[in-house]
Design a protein around this ligand. Structure first.
Ligand code: ADP
Ligand code: ZN
Length: 558
């Protein structure tokens, strides 16, 4: 209505006045409108997307004191300094201040001297601070219109940086005489963590805003290949791009060490003027720091590393990131690959993988010790969660659809995913910037093959994994098949004309579309999916008139 647009106009003016920016980024405007309309918000935006503007602008527009819960002292100080320089009235309260200094800040805050106060989560359990906030939020007090929670994933045990003090935030809010609007911010995009934040912060019907995940200057490519071929592929790529900074991620320290030697060898043999170094947690602190600094300075061109490398490193000109293995989740992958192209210039992200990677990930997920803090049910869910993340990673490895769209949908950035689709519809070349959109695929009617696979699974749900099912349908003559007498089963050899690779790919697509499903665990087996009834009846008989299933299949190599 009119009052909202008037408020938004005022928000624009505030943005220009304090920050000197002309316009909001799309997600910022939605978050701010929601706060101004007094509705809770859960904002999921990657680092650098501009979260802080979202609570700073409302804080600078109205009266009262906005509280910002932040886990990092350095961040509080940086933001306070920047806001002061912009002519605002910010403050912070943390353990870096002496007790007399803290007293002064509280006294001045009570007198209405500040628009914003950054506090560590631990502070919300301090009786003195609680008393201060309760007085401020009392009718007739200065008011606490907004409580912003930065890095809100810290309250989830499923996240990486669980901070128990974050669990006290809800109680603190509850104890205020007047409830502020609560806005939670995080860059962690998994569904699980989002649900935790909503529940644990007791957000009231929050407006969920997910934005900023698209990285248009990055191109993505996925290639399945055996281990030895990965090494030669990487050697070739690195030596063909001697002037470009790159990162190569490996799953284990051992493979980092081996690949580093191989690359150094290749570089020397070709007489190239470039250095390759490595980084993993098994190395001494000194050499780690040295290598990292040399990489940032451009003295080292290529860094071979485990996922221990990259946190907090700001190197804008990384031109490529190669993954030698499939990581444990899409999140991990996007974060690591996202270290390419920070300068906005084109950069490339490659994922090389094979079935061993995924088996290794499932093995690790199986071995991971239970978290002592969790009860039985929570442990079970944590375990299922790990396997679900791997399954989604596997989906990325195997999809024949647009890789960018796959990831944007995974993160819930619907606007960006829709933009990719619109671009695809306009140009006919997909997103134009991922390996799958630029590869030639054919659309084929695979109805008969799809029904054969579903009928076979319907007759023995949950018994066998994908590879064995594909082997049976192809008519393989393996010992396993004979031992299980599957050569006598209906459907054996019914797809003899298709390669087992194509049958496996078809099964993946059937799983992706909900006709089949895969059990979770270290050795997944095939089940009928929620949409199976459209194609087979309860006894596994074929339903007539199911219509044609069309599937994309990679054009057979000529
Ligand atoms: P985050 O907290 O999400 O990591 P920041 O709030 O630190 O991100 O913002 C990242 C950068 O983007 C900062 O340099 C900030 O000034 C800039 N920025 C934020 N919003 C805008 C905007 N609307 N227009 C231009 N630059 C912006
Ligand atoms: Zn694409």
């Amino acid at each position: 209505g009119d009052s909202t647009s008037a408020a938004l106009e005022q928000a624009h003016a505030t943005l220009g006045r304090y920050f000197g920016y002309e316009s909001f980024r799309p997600g910022q405007e939605r978050v701010i409108s929601s706060i101004l309309a007094r509705r809770d918000v859960l904002a999921v935006m990657p680092t650098g997307a501009g979260k802080s503007i979202c609570y700073q602008v409302p804080a600078l527009m109205g009266s009262g004191l906005t509280l910002v819960v932040s886990p990092l002292i350095s961040l509080m100080e940086d933001q306070t300094r920047a806001l002061l320089a912009a002519g605002a009235h910010p403050s912070y309260l943390n353990s870096s201040l002496s007790i007399p200094q803290q007293n002064t800040v509280l006294k001045r805050a009570a007198a209405g001297a500040y628009q914003l106060m950054f506090v560590a989560p631990e502070r919300l359990a301090d009786p003195r601070f609680i008393a201060f906030a309760q007085a401020a939020a009392r009718p007739g007090g200065m008011g606490i219109p907004l409580l912003a929670v930065d890095e809100a994933h810290c309250m989830s045990q499923w996240g990486q940086d669980f901070r128990p003090a974050y669990l006290q935030i809800a109680q603190f809010i509850e104890a205020l005489p007047q409830r502020p609007v609560v806005a939670a911010f995080t860059a962690t995009a998994t569904e699980r963590v989002r649900m935790d934040i909503q529940q644990m912060l007791c957000l009231h019907l929050p407006q969920v805003v997910v934005t900023g995940f698209d990285r248009p200057n990055l191109s993505f490519e996925v290639q399945e290949m055996p281990e030895r071929q990965k090494t030669s592929w990487i050697c070739r790529y690195v030596t063909e791009h001697p002037d470009e900074a790159g990162i190569v991620y490996c799953a284990t320290r051992k493979s980092v060490d081996e690949l580093t030697l191989t690359l150094q060898d290749a570089v020397e043999k070709q007489g190239l003027d470039m250095r390759v170094a490595s980084y993993h947690a098994g190395m001494g602190m000194e050499s780690r720091t040295q290598n990292q600094q040399a990489f940032v300075r451009d003295d080292v061109r290529v860094m071979v590393a485990t996922n221990a490398f990259g946190m907090g490193i700001d190197k804008p000109n990384v031109r490529y990131v190669i993954h030698n293995n499939a990581p444990e989740s899409i999140e991990a992958y996007y974060q690591e690959a996202g270290r390419a192209g920070r300068d906005g210039d084109p950069a490339s992200c490659f994922l090389l993988w094979n079935g061993n990677d995924l088996r290794l990930r499932r093995f690790f997920a199986e071995q991971e010790p239970d978290d002592e803090q969790l009860d039985e049910e929570q442990r079970l869910r944590a375990r299922q969660n790990r396997f679900r993340l791997i399954a989604q990673m596997e989906g990325y490895c195997k999809t024949t659809g647009c890789l960018r769209e796959y990831m944007l949908r995974y993160f819930g950035d619907e606007d960006a995913a829709a933009e990719v689709l619109a671009h695809a519809a306009e140009t006919g070349t997909g997103c134009g910037n991922c390996g799958n959109c630029l590869t030639e695929y054919e659309v084929e009617d695979m109805t008969e093959a799809a029904r054969a696979a579903m009928a076979f699974v319907a007759a023995r749900p949950g018994r066998f994994g994908k590879s064995l099912v594909a082997d049976v349908l192809h008519g393989g003559k393996t010992q396993r098949i004979f031992e299980l007498h599957l050569d006598e089963a209906a459907g054996y050899g019914s797809l003899a004309a298709e390669s087992t690779g194509r049958i496996r790919n078809l099964i993946d697509q059937l799983c992706g579309r909900g006709y089949l499903a895969s059990s979770q665990g270290q050795y997944p087996t095939l089940l009928l999916g929620p949409r199976a009834a459209e194609a087979v009846d309860a006894d596994g008989g074929l339903v007539a008139d199911t219509g044609a299933f069309t599937f994309t299949v990679k054009r057979a190599a000529k």
